[in-house]
Ligand binder design. Sequence first.
Ligand SMILES: Cc1cc2nc3c(=O)[nH]c(=O)nc-3n(C[C@H](O)[C@H](O)[C@H](O)COP(=O)(O)O)c2cc1C
Length: 317
Amino acid sequence: METALTRMLGIEHPVIMAPMFLVSNTRMVLAAMNAGITGAIPALNYRTDQEFRAALDELRKHGKPYGINLIVNRSNYRLKEQLQTCLEYKVPFIITSLGHPGKVIESCRPLGIRVFCDVSDMAYAHKAASLHPDALIAVNSEAGGHCGTIPATEFVPALVQAFPEIPIISAGGVGDHASMQKMLSLGACGVSVGTPFIATEESPVSMEYKMACVEHSSMDIVLTTKLSGVPCTVINTPYVQKIGTRQNWLESLLSKNRTLKKWAKILIYKRGMNKLAKAAFSATYQNVWCAGPTVDYIDKIRPVKEVVERIVRPGVR
Ligand SMILES: Cc1cc2nc3c(=O)[nH]c(=O)nc-3n(C[C@H](O)[C@H](O)[C@H](O)COP(=O)(O)O)c2cc1C
């Protein structure tokens, strides 16, 4: 199938294995490449620049396109170093999220590095589009992680109409061929798929996390602001129910205080990410597992190849 995305990256199918904090790794992306799609990894999944470079060395050996996700807001105090490394390696594409992508686009353009910007509403899309990115990723209301608020059926056509010259990729709500076709029929040139890949054989997270994705449905997905201050989708485990899904009075007071809010946000974010990391890799009762409503498509732990097949080929179950 040929679309603006397959042509731009030289891939067989218009699918990106979406970047997922803690979850994405080189093994998953290599399996994605072999299955004819591409994949992206958050730079934040590597604790040091050395580890990040080792991963990039491994990925580039395969000569196929891969992406790196950069969080471009203030919570990411390592952005400068991560961007520098991406530029040195001339990574094929970068996905920016949660902030202003201007600096990234400006530095990548002369090197031919493609930049795709996550957008979750029209106001933000207008800002990002004015910087002429290579694509916009429409993070819709069904997406996992920091989801959007607008359903794909409205958001994708609105973006296509507003920015006819920019390819639009849809993120959220895809887990099989019909759901991918639906996004393409709305005018998207590709889809970015995260949650369905959490419970894959190649995924590094704990068996408990994978099985939670198998066992829960979209009815069990709730939004919490506890982790980062921004709404994020998680499985409604007994621990999530116990701690609640909204910031307590002290957290919201600090987040609104003019002088303290910058530091409060960083601290809340760091604490939330530590909670996620603990739950992702070890058996603990403090289970905060990030996943979106597309857990509905996860029926067992499968290899990446099978998850891809279900999306790109009609009738595969
Ligand atoms: C566990 C998890 C972690 C995520 N981490 C990130 C991240 O670090 N950076 C980012 O830009 N998006 C992140 N996302 C959002 C995905 O990149 C993508 O937009 C989303 O998964 C698409 O929706 P889907 O889960 O229904 O496929 C995450 C999503 C999930 C489920």
